[in-house]
Design a protein around this ligand. Sequence first.
Ligand code: NAP
Ligand code: GDP
Length: 321
Amino acid sequence: MGSDCESSVVLVTGGTGLVGQAIKYVVENGSGRKNEKWIFGSSKDADLTDRASTEAMFLKYKPTHVIHLAAKVGGLFGNLSANLEFLRKNIAINDNVLAMAHKTGVQNVVSCLSTCIFPDKTTYPINETMVHNGPPHDSNYGYSYAKRLIDILNRGYNNEHGRNYTSIIPTNVFGPEDNFNIQQGHVLPGLIHKIYLAKLEGKPFTVWGTGKPRRQFIYSRDLARLIIWVLREYKETEPIILSVGEEDEVSIKEAAEQVAIAMDFKEGFLFDTDKADGQYKKTADNTKLRKYLPEFQFTPFPQALKETCDWFVENYQRARK
Ligand code: NAP
Ligand code: GDP
């Protein structure tokens, strides 16, 4: 990889998901290189919770590089309802993918953690050194501990086998091809879908919780460009936070207002405070990213939201919901 002329085969696990499809989009729109072959895998290629199925996929595609995105992913309410399943599936997927990458000689793997795995009781902003400092928020302990183990696996493969296995830590991601399921998905696709339905009925929509929690959101296509940079240029084993700045953190209420504008919805919204708020905030520090890429331009939030809302409306029939 990098600027040399050697050809490479990049396998993206979870290639049919929100982030995988964003990588496909940017690769096809200027970020791909002639000497790279990209494969976007899905659960149809292999059930990555199964060792033999995972091995067969690695033997079939013979990747030289892996971007490992496949995971059981859900929003706050999906996690609350199935912590044990999130833990077990993700532990199995991550162990199988890294073991088979190593066994088949893959030198570079970039795997995906998340800012929601950070300690619940912490100081802010949170940085890369703090991943293991204390228990995660109770609402998603299963997903969090499974994800934290990726960092430990990377340490082992690097220390004992000299592999370049690393990880990224994105904040809440949104964009085209998201999971717009209201019960299971994340807040922005959930709100977009709710507003779409409220528009049909001419009624206000409901924001779950108090609207007070704060989040940093990253557009999937920005994240995709950053992940490709990590694969090509980032040499550290330790994770790197991929996030907008602290100043771009917004409350859920502000996010709901922005989604309403992007959807051209004027009926207003209500709060259902019987629903959980989840972690109040997980403000991430992007100093490390900015040291490497001081000039990187994030798409402005209103523009990224508009592109996402337009995609959902245009692709309503086939969108995951
Ligand atoms: P997503 O849209 O839910 O996509 C999940 C992907 O994983 C799909 O391609 C799915 O394949 C694949 N997959 C799930 N179980 C599998 C299995 N047993 N075997 C093979 N493939 C399997 O997820 P995403 O939002 O793009 O997330 C990508 C990565 O980013 C994940 O590691 C996630 O933890 C991380 N992340 C996401 C967010 C966020 O806000 N979305 C935030 C931080 C970090 P099928 O399409 O065939 O089902
Ligand atoms: P988190 O960032 O990991 O907690 O996951 P989410 O993306 O699910 O964001 C959850 C935050 O948004 C919580 O404070 C929720 O109470 C709030 N929220 C408001 N409305 C919704 C909604 O329709 N769906 C989801 N998933 N969360 C919502």
